[in-house]
Write a protein that binds this ligand. Structure first.
Ligand SMILES: N[C@@H](CCC(=O)N[C@@H](CS)C(=O)NCC(=O)O)C(=O)O
Length: 204
């Protein structure tokens, strides 16, 4: 299996951290794609990922899987332990619920802020929009506060144990540095949770 990734880019990091948490990072051949050099837009990479996005997983039979969560679902299936996506219907639903909340209401909102405000993203986000950046920043900050309130009474994001939802949140907190923002340094419960996650060492 070959995993196309871009170091420091959050969606590829989500998949790499997930695989590392499984202890299976050596099960894939890692192939780096530079987003800054726009390698992901070259015709040979578009054969792998038609939407020109990273990460992408190519199986030994030639099947291409894109979408970071779908790649994680595949890894969960072939490497079931430790379980990161739920053991029974209730756990699966709760973990998916929180993971989608973190992804859609925090990560994607933060990405909208970054992509529309940061000069480095100008070649990729055409045209950048200050209005979208402001709306996205507001939504990301509000969700960080909601997550902080949730973590006041929980040690993990979902189902009272470590899961993909923790990985998605951890990636987003780290990614926030590109806007000189550290939600986990501003919000106490997020900070306590973040320190505990760092201690687990899954981030490598
Ligand atoms: N929904 C996709 C999003 C993938 C994505 O947007 N990846 C970013 C890197 S974090 C990318 O490829 N950006 C390239 C671009 O915007 O041109 C997933 O979950 O994998």
């Amino acid at each position: 299996m070959k995993l196309y990734h871009s170091p420091q880019a959050p969606n590829p990091d989500r998949v790499v951290y997930f695989l590392r948490a499984k202890g299976k990072l050596d099960a894939v051949e890692l192939q780096e794609v530079s987003i800054m050099k726009q390698e992901h837009k070259q015709p040979d990479y578009r054969e792998v990922s038609p939407f020109a996005q990273v990460p992408a997983l190519v199986l030994d039979d030639g099947t291409n899987i894109t979408e970071s969560r779908a790649i994680c679902t595949y890894f969960e299936g072939i490497f079931p332990e430790p379980n990161l996506m739920g053991r029974d219907p209730k756990e699966k639903a709760l973990i998916e619920m929180w993971d989608r909340r973190v992804e859609l209401m925090f990560f994607v909102q933060f990405a909208g802020w970054f992509r529309n405000a940061h000069p480095m993203m100008a070649p990729l986000e055409v045209p950048q929009s200050a209005e979208t950046a402001a709306k996205s920043e507001k939504a990301a900050r509000k969700m960080a506060e909601r997550l902080d309130a949730h973590l006041a009474t929980h040690d993990f994001v979902a189902a009272d144990r470590f899961s993909i939802a923790d990985i998605t949140l951890y990636i987003t907190c780290g990614f926030a540095r590109v806007m000189k923002w550290s939600p986990h340094n501003e919000l106490p419960n997020l900070g306590r949770w973040h320190a505990a996650m760092t201690e687990r060492g899954f981030a490598g």
